[in-house]
Design a protein around this ligand. Structure first.
Ligand code: SIN
Length: 512
C-alpha cells in the first residue's frame, strides 16, 4: 500500500521532499496562500556549497560553525556541508539552474563570513524563483496541490500524528489524514514589521507543533539582515548581501564608510554585527546607504534589485541605495534529529521551521536553501523506509465550542511591537513590556484550536501570538549575547551558556 504524506508549506524543503517522494507515496502539498508564496521563492543570494576546486566542505563547515558562534550541533552541521556538496554536484548535472560564464563554468558568488567564493546563483539575484520553478515543473500533475488553506492543528492519537486540520477561505475546517505529516511552513520573521520575508511566514508550524506537544528550541535567535531597501511605501525588499560581496560598501549621508574600524571583515562582517552598527547609526539620526559605485555591471548581475529600485524611483545609477535592517531568518523552531523527526512520531519538520541546530546562533549566508535541499532529501529517505499506519482515524471537527467575543490585536500592532521590544537589541525592560502587553490577550497554548469556532484570520493571529510569546520568553531567559541574540543589558558572551538551549514543550514548560 502506498503511504500518504501531507506536506504543509511551499518552500524549497517542501518541493524537494515532494520531488523525492511522489513516485513512492501519495503526496499532498498544502499552502496557506499560493504555490509561489514562500521565502525560498524570494531568495536572492543562492545556495552555498563547496564545489570549487580550491574549496573543501571542511572549510565550509568551519565558516558555518564560526558564524553560528559554535552553538551548532557539529555532527549535523557536518552532514549539511558534506552531503550538500555531493547533492549539489548531482543536481547541477541534472539541470538544476545556475548562472555560468561564457565557457560554461558555474559562477560562484561571495557573501558575508564565507572565506571562499561558493555561492551558486541563478538569474543573477533570482535564485529562489529559478530553483522553485525548476521543482514546480518536476511536480506538476505528480502531487496534489492545495492552495489557500491555513494549517490549524495536528491530530494526535495515542501519541502519534495521524493528520492535520486546515481552514479554508470559507472558514471551514478540513481534516487531512496522513501516514506522515511534514511541517515546512518556514520561519517566523513575519511576526516582525520590517522583514525581508514573505508575509506568510508567521510561525504557523511552530505554533501547531507546540500545541501538539512537540519540543521547540532556540527561538531567541532571530537574524536581522543588514540591508533591506529603506523606503516609506514598502518595507520588505531585500538588497542581497551578494551586492556587498561584489564590492558595495555601507556609507552614511556624508559618504563615510560606516564599517571601517568596526570589524576586521568590515562590510562582510557577520550580519548581527553589521545590523547593529546600522541600527545605532539610524538611531543617532543618520541615513545609511549602499554605495554600489564599485560593483561591476550592477544591473546585469542584480536585475531584480535594479527593477525594484526603478519601481520605487530610486536612481541606482547615482550609485547609492538607501538601506535599513530587517528580520530575515529564524534559527529556532521545532526540534528535529538529523532525519527531520520531531519528538512526536510521524510528525516531521524540515527547512526553516525545523531546529536541527545546523545554523547555531546565526546562520551563514546562503546556507538556508542548502539546508532545505539536504534535510528534505534525508527526510525523504527516512519516510520511504517507513510503513503506512495500520488503522485509520476520523478527527471530530464538527463540534465547535463558541469562544464568544474576545479581543485580539491587529497584526500590524503585534509586528511593530516585536520589532521595537524583541528586535535587534533586547533588554529586560523591553522584553517585560512585550510580555505584559501579550498577557492581555487570550493565547491558546494547551488546547487545540479546531475545537473552537475561529476565523482563518483569528487562527493565524493565534499562531503569531503564541510564537511571539515563546520568542519573548526565550529572549528573556538567555541572559547573555550570542550571535543574533543581543541583550544590551548582558552584552557579553557567557561561557556557561555555551552548551545551553532554551526549550519550550507543553509537558515540560520552559527549560534550559
Ligand atoms: C542575501 O541574498 O543577502 C540573503 C541570502 C541569505 O540569507 O542566505
Amino acid at each position: 500500500m502506498r503511504q500518504k504524506v501531507v506536506i504543509i508549506g511551499a518552500g524549497i524543503a517542501a518541493h524537494v521532499l515532494a520531488s523525492k517522494l511522489y513516485s513512492h507515496a501519495d503526496v499532498t502539498m498544502i499552502t496557506k496562500k499560493k504555490w509561489n508564496n514562500s521565502n525560498s521563492f524570494r531568495a536572492q543570494g543562492g545556495v552555498a556549497a563547496a564545489i570549487a576546486t580550491n574549496d573543501h566542505w571542511r572549510m565550509h563547515l568551519e565558516d558555518t560553525l564560526k558564524a553560528g558562534v559554535y552553538h551548532n550541533n557539529q555532527a549535523i552541521t557536518e552532514l549539511l556541508v558534506k552531503e550538500g556538496q555531493a547533492i549539489l554536484k548531482t543536481l547541477l548535472g541534472q539541470g538544476f539552474p545556475a548562472d555560468k560564464d561564457m565557457s560554461g563554468q558555474i559562477l560562484l558568488g561571495k557573501e558575508g563570513a564565507h572565506n571562499k567564493r561558493r555561492i551558486i546563483h541563478a538569474g543573477g539575484d533570482q535564485t529562489g524563483k529559478y530553483v522553485i520553478q525548476y521543482y514546480q515543473q518536476l511536480l506538476r500533475n505528480k502531487v496534489t496541490l492545495i492552495e489557500n488553506q491555513l494549517a490549524v492543528d495536528c491530530v494526535i492519537e495515542e501519541g502519534c500524528c495521524r493528520g492535520i486540520i486546515t481552514i479554508d477561505n470559507k472558514e471551514e475546517y478540513i481534516f487531512h489524514q496522513a501516514d506522515h505529516v511534514v511541517i515546512a511552513t518556514g520561519g517566523y520573521s513575519a511576526i516582525y514589521d520590517t522583514t525581508s520575508n514573505d508575509e506568510t511566514t508567521t510561525g504557523d508550524g511552530i505554533a501547531i507543533a507546540y500545541r501538539a506537544g512537540a519540543a521547540i528550541s532556540d527561538l531567541e535567535f532571530v537574524q536581522f539582515h543588514p540591508t533591506m531597501l529603506s523606503i516609506p511605501e514598502k518595507q520588505n525588499f531585500l538588497i542581497s548581501e551578494a551586492v556587498r560581496g561584489e564590492g558595495a560598501i555601507l556609507i552614511d549621508r556624508d559618504g563615510k564608510a560606516i564599517m571601517e574600524g568596526r570589524h576586521p571583515q568590515k562590510d562582510l562582517a557577520p550580519r548581527d554585527v553589521v545590523s547593529r552598527v546600522i541600527t545605532s547609526e539610524i538611531f543617532n539620526g543618520n541615513d545609511i546607504f549602499l554605495d554600489i559605485n564599485h560593483v561591476n555591471h550592477f544591473s546585469q548581475r542584480f536585475p531584480f534589485i535594479t527593477s525594484i529600485c526603478e519601481r520605487y524611483n530610486i536612481d541606482w545609477k547615482k550609485g547609492i541605495i538607501p538601506v535599513q535592517p530587517g528580520a530575515h531568518f529564524t534559527m529556532g523552531g521545532v526540534e528535529t534529529n538529523e532525519h527531520g523527526e520531531t519528538s512526536i512520531p510521524r510528525l516531521y519538520a524540515v527547512g526553516e521551521t525545523a531546529c536541527n541546530y545546523v545554523h547555531g546562533a546565526n546562520r551563514l549566508a546562503s546556507n538556508s536553501l542548502l539546508e532545505g535541499i539536504v534535510f528534505a532529501t534525508r527526510l525523504a529517505d527516512f519516510i520511504r523506509n517507513q510503513k503506512p499506519l495500520t488503522s485509520s482515524t476520523a478527527a471530530s471537527i464538527t463540534q465547535k465550542e463558541d469562544m464568544g467575543s474576545f479581543a485580539l490585536p491587529e497584526k500590524a500592532v503585534l509586528r511593530k511591537r516585536m520589532t521595537a521590544f524583541v528586535g535587534i537589541n533586547r533588554e529586560s525592560n523591553s522584553l517585560r513590556k512585550m510580555s505584559d502587553w501579550l498577557s492581555q490577550f487570550i493565547i491558546i497554548k494547551d488546547k487545540q484550536l479546531y475545537h473552537h469556532s475561529f476565523s482563518k484570520k483569528q487562527i493565524e493571529l493565534q499562531h503569531m501570538l503564541l510564537v511571539a510569546s515563546l520568542v519573548t520568553k526565550a529572549a528573556e531567559i538567555r541572559t547573555e549575547s550570542r550571535g543574533a541574540h543581543y541583550r544590551t543589558d548582558y552584552p557579553a558572551l557567557v561561557a556557561t551558556w555555551r552548551e545551553k538551549r532554551v526549550y519550550h514543550q507543553l509537558k515540560r514548560g520552559v527549560e534550559v
